[in-house]
Design a protein around this ligand. Structure first.
Ligand code: AMP
Length: 250
């Protein structure tokens, strides 16, 4: 029995959390490391994506991986391979800003599953839209979600944080501030307002979107929505950052 933890490497404590969750299942743990060009619509972002394979092997092994798998492009995408479609949710939010991104994600996940044949696979809530789309793939692989691992000050761990300067990192904290403040709001309308006004206090944060959505289909949430979540994306120093948080219903 095998559990797969798909990653793009530059491993951090967020990935370690996923690997530890996999370890707890008492199965063979495979960590895949592949920077998937199909899911990068921006060439510069792909080129600048941090890579640290030796350190990754160490981190994954310490966290409990039995195997660290570095697939080759040709193994995953043999000549004539077909790109899969991510469906309607693939065109919203992250998908609207990054056309083709989620098609690239579902295509690589489908191939990783086909080759590694895991029984289960672990994904982070950090990429909540991705998690929702992968669950909707309805593959035979059971998808297990792990909550977002954060730095001591709330910043969501991300391989991209390594590209921020010290002051950029300070600016990025506004994302968590906005999410945490919105969570305390007495109504969904006020939560929405707080989300946006908090983000606008930080001129260094270039907002892409901030919304409170229904976890089911990412339609805008209202007070009747059972499971709502605030989602934010934007750029700091040209680095794209995303985060999200469940909102309590009021
Ligand atoms: P990535 O290497 O960024 O493609 O991420 C690989 C997996 O790790 C995905 O399932 C992510 O959602 C998850 N992940 C990344 N950062 C975090 C985090 N801070 N907390 C929890 N999971 C994370």
């Amino acid at each position: 029995m095998t559990v797969l933890v798909p990653t793009m490497g530059a491993l951090h404590k967020g990935h370690q959390g996923l690997i530890k969750r996999a370890r707890a299942l008492d199965k063979d743990v495979i960590v895949s490391i592949f920077v998937n060009p199909l899911q990068f619509e921006n060439k510069e972002d792909l080129e600048k994506y941090p890579r640290s394979p030796e350190r990754d092997i160490e981190i994954a092994t310490i966290a409990g991986a039995n195997e660290v798998w570095f697939p080759e492009y040709e193994d995953l995408f043999p000549e004539g391979f077909k790109t899969l479609g991510a469906g309607a949710l693939g065109n919203l939010y992250e998908g609207a800003s990054r056309p083709g991104h989620f098609d690239g994600v579902v295509t690589v996940i489908d191939r990783l599953f086909a080759i590694a044949k895991p029984d289960q696979a672990i994904f982070g809530e950090k990429d909540f839209q991705q998690l929702t789309i992968i669950k909707a793939m309805n593959s035979k692989v059971e998808i297990i979600a792990v909550p977002t691992v954060r730095e001591f000050d709330g910043l969501a761990m991300s391989s991209r944080n390594a590209r921020l300067s010290e002051s950029g990192r300070d600016i990025a904290l506004v994302i968590h501030r906005a999410l945490a403040a919105a969570k305390l709001a007495p109504t969904i309308e006020i939560a929405h307002e707080i989300l946006n006004t908090t983000l606008s206090t930080e001129p260094g944060f270039d907002k892409d979107y901030a919304a409170i959505i229904d976890e089911k289909d990412f339609s805008l949430a209202d007070k009747k929505t059972e499971n709502r979540r605030a989602i934010i994306a934007g750029w700091v120093e040209g680095v794209r950052l995303i985060d999200n948080m469940p909102m309590v219903g009021r």
